[in-house]
Design a protein around this ligand. Structure first.
Ligand code: OXT
Ligand code: ADP
Ligand code: MG
Length: 577
């Protein structure tokens, strides 16, 4: 229903009017967008107020980057574009990192930003917050548009929505100069100018020949492996994927945010035998996962000596052969591709050879057995395994809770220790390994799903978005933040041998992050042992009260860069000194 702004006043010409503010809100509502993540200010303060008054949920953050990360993960969770609304220049730039992150991770998101007057910006005459935002956004997102006239708002939003969710999803920038909001037009004409996007992400059916080729390659495998990536989680084709994997009988390896698509305790899960399956598999089928740095580009030591054939299922044709030859590309949306493969498998698919399945199982059982005793300790201060052991049990008991995770050791160890049981329950740093996604992801996860959220954060990682604990308290969200406080980045033990400045990687010793939560009316707890941690997290998850637990971790427990220390360049000169 159109949101009419006013009536024209000229006698004898009375007509219903609308304006840019109302048309933006109507365009969003018409397309089912019911939440905006924003930071208010000139020129979008009233837009936020009016959107809220019209029934859209407007979540106001303390910093646009966090609002942007919230929008990005909302897109991942819902398959609808997450919308972030920012003010011009500095607000826009703050949101831009998140837009680039969304694009890199293939999450649909729209960054809507107010901007300054075109005439002044283009002549560089120094407008309030002057910046050519469209030009700056363009290389960092999938598409970028500017709307100059009220009658184009409908088309502008339609283009942005379609660009964000169709094909490979990604970030879209929509530039709305301040003047646009006040432009007035006839309400009827305004309503007619709006566009409800029909079939925004059309199914992309794979070519039957590509499906047959993929199954032929898979059938020929002696040591098959299926790798599930976050594209598979995004696709929401959970049942088809589960049926396909089970029918294939092949071990599967979930990438970090694909954990839980099938439970980590599924008998075919090879998560705990990662190096073995990557090294020894002869045929690898990638479903919604790219052969980027996280998979060592499909070559080198990680992948072993034996020749391999890759099958890749992806919506983006250009992804094929990006790092190594893809023997069987299947281009289409994952739901359609996996269903087509499942149909074409028939009823007599033969399970992979038993020696392969046994080898994977043996390695998995070994690794699980090796880790088990480390998870049971009750040391104080805690080590990572002791603390994660209790969180692992808590997620097992509450499988529909959402786990947000960032840090270095805190990330890498939690990924291995905490088993996931349901799809799209693990949200983390994504393709760029970005610190700062924590609070935005937790807030959006809670808003979009209504589920409780457990946020496991390194103390450094938390610092990137920590002020949003006020947002969590303000909206009274069921978010429990656990900070693995080891006094620093990777470890709290570094020393500066030259002067009195602290070493570059350490923070204030013994900091009490729990006090931050108390400052805003939330619950703060200082936990010094796994027992205390368990009690505090269970209480938070039961009560749903915003809670922050400062989990005291041994400052010497972590390792440099967690599990990716090998990526640090080495200085030959520093070593010689
Ligand atoms: O098979 P093997 O034998 O090899 O064993 C594997 C599995 O089979 C086994 N496993 C299991 N065993 C038993 N049981 C179970 N259930 C099980 N599951 C698995 O365990 C091993 C390991 O398995 P895994 O983890 O699957 O495999 P692996 O080899 O690690 O996988 C490789 C990767 C690459 C896929 C994986 O490591 C990965 O996904 N890594 C992501 C890493 C990442 O993105 N890190 C974040 C960036 S690090 C750094 O850049 C940081 N910064 C800089 C910075 C950033 N990032 N951003 C911005 C905006 N500014 C600056 C900063 C500032 S981190 C950081 C802060 C760090 O400090 P914090 O205080 O926050 O954190 P702490 O470190 O805690 O202090
Ligand atoms: P991970 O980090 O988990 O390995 P990536 O982000 O590297 O995952 O890969 C995700 C892939 O999934 C991208 O190549 C993207 O094109 C693809 N993708 C996303 N959504 C779909 C979909 N609905 N159907 C098919 N492929 C998809
Ligand atoms: Mg730390």
């Amino acid at each position: 229903m159109l949101n009419t702004a006013a009536k024209s006043e000229a006698p004898g010409t009375e007509q219903e009017l609308t304006d840019g503010f109302h048309l933006v809100i109507d365009a969003l509502k018409l397309n089912g967008i019911d939440t905006i993540y924003n930071v208010p200010g000139i020129p979008i303060t009233d837009l936020g107020r009016m959107a809220q008054a019209s029934g859209i949920r407007v979540i106001s953050f303390r910093h646009e980057q966090n609002a942007g990360y919230a929008a990005a993960i909302a897109g991942f969770l819902t398959k609808k574009p997450g919308v972030c609304l920012t003010v011009s220049a500095p607000g826009f730039l703050n949101g831009l990192t998140a837009l680039a992150h969304a694009t890199t991770n293939c999450f649909p998101m729209i960054l809507v930003s107010g901007s300054s007057e075109r005439e002044i910006v283009d002549l560089q005459q120094g407008d309030y917050e002057e910046m050519d935002q469209l030009a700056i956004a363009k290389p960092l997102c999938k598409a970028a548009f500017r709307v100059l006239h009220a009658q184009d708002i409908g088309i502008g939003f339609a283009r942005a929505i379609r660009a964000a969710v169709s094909g490979r999803p990604g970030g879209v920038y929509l530039d709305l100069p301040a003047k646009l909001f006040g432009q007035v037009m006839n309400a009827d004409a305004g309503q007619k100018s709006l566009v409800k996007v029909i079939d925004a992400a059309p199914a992309q059916i794979p070519a039957p020949a590509s499906v047959k080729r993929a199954l032929d390659v898979l059938k020929g495998a002696k040591k098959p492996l299926i790798i599930l990536g976050k594209g598979a989680a995004y696709a929401q084709a959970d049942e088809a994927i589960k049926n396909f994997v089970e029918k294939s009988g092949a071990p599967f390896l979930p990438m970090s945010m694909a954990k839980g698509l099938l439970p980590d305790l599924h008998p075919q899960c090879a998560g705990a035998a990662r190096s073995t399956v990557l090294k020894d598999a002869d045929v690898v089928m990638l479903i919604g996962a790219r052969l980027n740095w996280l998979l060592s580009h499909g070559k080198g030591k990680t992948w072993g000596e034996a020749p391999k054939k890759f099958i890749q299922v992806d919506i983006e044709p250009k992804e094929m052969d990006s790092n190594v030859e893809i023997a069987a590309p299947v281009v289409g949306d994952i739901g359609s591709c996996v269903s087509a493969m499942l149909d074409a498998m028939g009823n007599s698919w033969t399970a992979p050879p038993a020696d392969w399945l046994n080898a994977v199982k043996t390695k998995r059982d070994d690794n699980v057995a090796k880790m088990a005793p480390r998870l049971m300790n009750n040391n104080s201060p805690m080590d990572y395994h002791g603390a994660l052991g209790v969180l692992r049990t808590i997620i097992k008991e509450r499988p529909d809770a959402i786990l947000v995770n960032e840090g270095a050791n805190t990330l890498d160890l939690a990924r291995g220790v905490i088993d996931m049981y349901q799809p799209r329950k693990r949200l983390d740093v994504g393709t760029w390994g970005v610190m700062g996604i924590g609070m935005g992801s937790a807030i959006a996860a809670s808003i979009e799903t209504g589920k409780p959220v457990l946020c496991v954060e390194g103390d450094s990682a938390f610092g990137f978005s920590g002020m949003e604990v006020e947002t969590i308290c303000r909206y009274n969200l069921p978010v429990c933040v656990v900070i693995f406080n080891n006094d620093g980045i990777y470890r709290g033990t570094d020393k500066n041998s030259v002067n009195a400045d602290p070493a570059t990687t350490v923070f204030v010793k013994g900091a009490r992050y729990d006090k931050m939560m108390e400052a805003f009316g939330g619950v703060g707890v200082n936990a010094t042992s796994p027992d205390e941690l368990k009690r505090a997290v269970n209480e938070a998850m039961d009560s749903g009260k915003p809670t922050l637990i400062n989990a005291v971790i041994d400052p010497a427990a972590g390792s440099e860069s967690g599990r990716i220390g090998n990526l640090n360049p080495q200085s030959v000169l520093a070593k010689k000194k």
